[in-house]
Design a protein around this ligand. Structure first.
Ligand code: NAD
Ligand code: MG
Length: 397
C-alpha cells in the first residue's frame, strides 16, 4: 500500500490525481491533502478520501475546515502554513508526494520531499525552474525518485532508455540522444491575428483548445511561457543543453513529445490529452495501471501537423531560452516576473501583450547571480516580484 500526499489537491492536477487513486483503493491510500483557500472543496475531498492530515493556507481557513470535518465526523488533523506543508511532504509515513501547487509557493514543500528521499511526482514546474541545480542535487543526495507529471516530460521520460533504473543525461554521448523534441499545442492564439492580441480577455486566454487546466498555466499556454518553462524543466530533468531542446508546434496534442536519437530513430509517446495518463504512469511506475482515460483511437486522428514556433508571436518563448542560457538565478527572475504579470493580466490591470513586456523589463533591469542557495533564489524571486509590480504600476497609469 502506497501512502500519498497531494500538495494542491483542489487544483486541476490534484483532482485528476484523486480520480486515479480512487480507481485503485487496494494500491493507494491518501496520507495528506493540501489546498490554499478552497476549504469547501478540501472538506469534501477529506470526507471522500479520509486522509490523516490536511493543510490550508491560513489559521482562518484551518478553523473553517476543522468545523466542517467535525460536523461530518471525520478525524483528519487540520494544520496551516508552509511548515505544515513541508511536514506532510517529508513525514516518514509518506511514500509518494504529488507536487501540484501552482507557482513558487510549491518550492519549499517540494524541496522538503526531495530532501526526505520521497518518490516525487512533479507537476509544479515552477519549483524546478527556480531552483534547478539545488533541486536536482537534493534529489541525488537523498536518493529521491523524481518522476515528471508534465505531459511532455512524462512522454520524454517514457521515450528515454533506463540505464540501471536511471535516465541518462542527454548531454552524455552514451545516451545516444540527438535532441529532445518538445511539442506544444500553441494555445488558443496560435493563428489569431497578432495585431488583435492586445485586446484578448482573461476568459479567452484561459480557453485552451485541448487541455482543461488551472488559470495560471492556461495563460502561460496562451503566451507560450508554459513551453519556455518546460524547456528549462527539460534541461534539468534530462541533463539537456539548451541547443538540444527543440520546440515543435503540434496543434492536435496527440504526440506529447519525442526523443530523436543519433541513429535516426525518433521515439514518441501518444495518447488522448488527459493528465490522468501521466499521473497514472508516474504513480504506478514501472508498472502500468488504468487511468480512466479512453484508449486513443489512432484511426480517428485525421492528421498530425508539426511546424516551427513563431518567436515574434510568442516572445515569452525566446525570453525563457535566454534565461536558460544566462543560467544562475535568471530563470528564477523570469518565473517570478511571469507569475506577477500573469496575475495582473487575470486581474485586468494589464493587457495580454504587456505580460511579455513586464518580464522583459524585469530581467533586463535586475542582474542575475549565482543560484547557490535557496536564500539567494528566494531573494531574487522577491526582487523580481517587486520590480514587476513597479513596472505594472507604470503601465497601468
Ligand atoms: P490549479 O490552479 O488548478 O491548482 C493549484 C493548486 O495549488 C490548488 O490546489 C491551490 O489550492 C494550490 N495553491 C495555490 N496557491 C497556493 C499557495 N500560495 N500556497 C499553497 N497552495 C497553493 O493549478 P493546476 O493547473 O492544477 O497546476 C498545478 C501545477 O501543475 C502547476 O505548476 C502547473 O504548471 C502544473 N501542471 C499542470 C497541468 C494541468 O493540466 N493542469 C499540466 C502540467 C503541469
Ligand atoms: Mg506541459
Amino acid at each position: 500500500m502506497q501512502r500519498i500526499t497531494i500538495l494542491g489537491a483542489t487544483g486541476s492536477i490534484g483532482v485528476s490525481t484523486l480520480d486515479v487513486l480512487a480507481r485503485h483503493p487496494e494500491r493507494y491510500s491518501v496520507y495528506a491533502l493540501s489546498a490554499h483557500s478552497r476549504v469547501d472543496e478540501l472538506a469534501a475531498q477529506c470526507i471522500a478520501h479520509r486522509p490523516q492530515r490536511a493543510v490550508v493556507g491560513t489559521a482562518e481557513a484551518a478553523g473553517r475546515l476543522a468545523a466542517l470535518l467535525r460536523a461530518a465526523n471525520v478525524g483528519t488533523e487540520v494544520e496551516y502554513g508552509e511548515a505544515a506543508l513541508c511536514a506532510i511532504s517529508s513525514a516518514p509515513e509518506v511514500d509518494s508526494v504529488m507536487a501540484a501547487i501552482v507557482g513558487a509557493a510549491g518550492l519549499a514543500p517540494t524541496l522538503a520531499a526531495a530532501r526526505a528521499g520521497k518518490k516525487i511526482l512533479l507537476a509544479n514546474k515552477e519549483a524546478l525552474v527556480m531552483s534547478g541545480q539545488l533541486f536536482m542535487d537534493a534529489v541525488a543526495e537523498s536518493g529521491a525518485i523524481l518522476l515528471p507529471i508534465d505531459s511532455e516530460h512524462n512522454a520524454i521520460f517514457q521515450a528515454m532508455p533506463q540505464f540501471g533504473g536511471r535516465t541518462p543525461a542527454v548531454r552524455d554521448a552514451s545516451a545516444g540522444v540527438a535532441k529532445i523534441l518538445l511539442t506544444a499545442s500553441g494555445g488558443p492564439f496560435l493563428t489569431r491575428d497578432v495585431a488583435t492580441l492586445e485586446d484578448v480577455t482573461p476568459e479567452q486566454a484561459c480557453k485552451h483548445p485541448n487541455w482543461s487546466m488551472g488559470r495560471k498555466i492556461s495563460v502561460d499556454s496562451a503566451t507560450m511561457m508554459n513551453k519556455g518553462l518546460e524547456v528549462i524543466e527539460a534541461h534539468w530533468l534530462f541533463g539537456a543543453p539548451a541547443d538540444r531542446i527543440e520546440v515543435v508546434i503540434h496543434p492536435q496534442s496527440v504526440i506529447h513529445s519525442m526523443v530523436s536519437y543519433v541513429d535516426g530513430s525518433v521515439l514518441a509517446q501518444l495518447g488522448n490529452p488527459d493528465m490522468r495518463t501521466p499521473i497514472a504512469h508516474a504513480l504506478a511506475y514501472p508498472e502500468r495501471i488504468a487511468s480512466g482515460v479512453a484508449q486513443l483511437d489512432i484511426t480517428e486522428i485525421a492528421t498530425l501537423q508539426f511546424h516551427r514556433p513563431d518567436y515574434a508571436r510568442f516572445p515569452c518563448l525566446a525570453l525563457a531560452f535566454d534565461a536558460l542560457r544566462a543560467g544562475g538565478t535568471a530563470p528564477a527572475l523570469l518565473n517570478a516576473a511571469n507569475e506577477v504579470a500573469v496575475q495582473a493580466f487575470l486581474d485586468r490591470q494589464i493587457g495580454f501583450r504587456q505580460i511579455d513586456r513586464v518580464i522583459a523589463q524585469v530581467v533586463e533591469q535586475l542582474p542575475h547571480g549565482a543560484a547557490d542557495s535557496i536564500e539567494a533564489v528566494m531573494a531574487q524571486d522577491a526582487a523580481a516580484r517587486a520590480a514587476a509590480e513597479r513596472c505594472i504600476g507604470q503601465l497601468a497609469r
